[in-house]
Design a protein around this ligand. Structure first.
Ligand code: GDP
Ligand code: MG
Length: 160
């Protein structure tokens, strides 16, 4: 469905990342993009959009039995989000490490949540938690024609 990750000597993965409505309102889109850019990951798709509540219910379907599910989906559709797909070696795991813990209170300084937010219900960013979920979320949020094919000039300096 989606264009294949770039062909390199290493296995490339793609992951879905979104700046949540609180991150957008707080003016953190640039700061968040900067972290992934400077890490060396490659941006392959992005859009600024408002998601519907039903769409967020599908996105968070695995949490449907949690007490915070309804509020979470309402909140995630209350304002614009910045949705992105990034590519890199081992990116799903590395991005989760960069996010910190789900609860910002448990997130170490240096992580995105540990540096930029306080409360579990306002933790500013989403990142896919497994490769399987990354594939599902990338396919849910982006159409094939929304991906940009390009070769960053830094690639030989990031990968052996
Ligand atoms: P994530 O993968 O780290 O984002 O965490 P989960 O997939 O477990 O949960 C999805 C989102 O639901 C989190 O990022 C939080 O915004 C929210 N959430 C998770 N646990 C709680 C909770 O105990 N209370 C509230 N209010 N929100 C929660
Ligand atoms: Mg999750």
């Amino acid at each position: 469905l989606n264009p294949k990750p770039s062909r390199l000597s290493v296995d490339m993965e793609r992951t879905f990342i979104a700046v949540k409505p609180d991150g957008v309102q707080r003016g953190l889109i640039g700061e968040i993009i900067k972290r992934f850019e400077t890490r060396g990951f490659k941006l392959v798709a992005s859009k600024f959009m408002k998601a519907s509540e039903d769409f967020m219910k599908t996105h968070y379907l695995d949490l449907k039995d949690m007490p915070f599910y309804a509020g979470l989906c309402k909140y995630m559709s209350s304002g614009p989000v910045f949705a992105m797909v990034w590519e890199g070696q081992n990116i799903v795991k590395l991005v989760r490490m960069m996010l910190g813990e789900t609860n910002p209170a448990d997130s170490k300084p240096g992580s995105i949540r540990g540096d930029l937010c306080i409360n579990i219900g306002r933790n500013i960013i989403h990142g896919s938690d497994t490769l399987e979920n990354a594939k599902r979320e990338v396919g849910l949020w982006f159409k094939a024609e929304e991906f940009v094919e390009w070769t960053p000039c830094a690639q030989p300096f990031l990968y052996e």
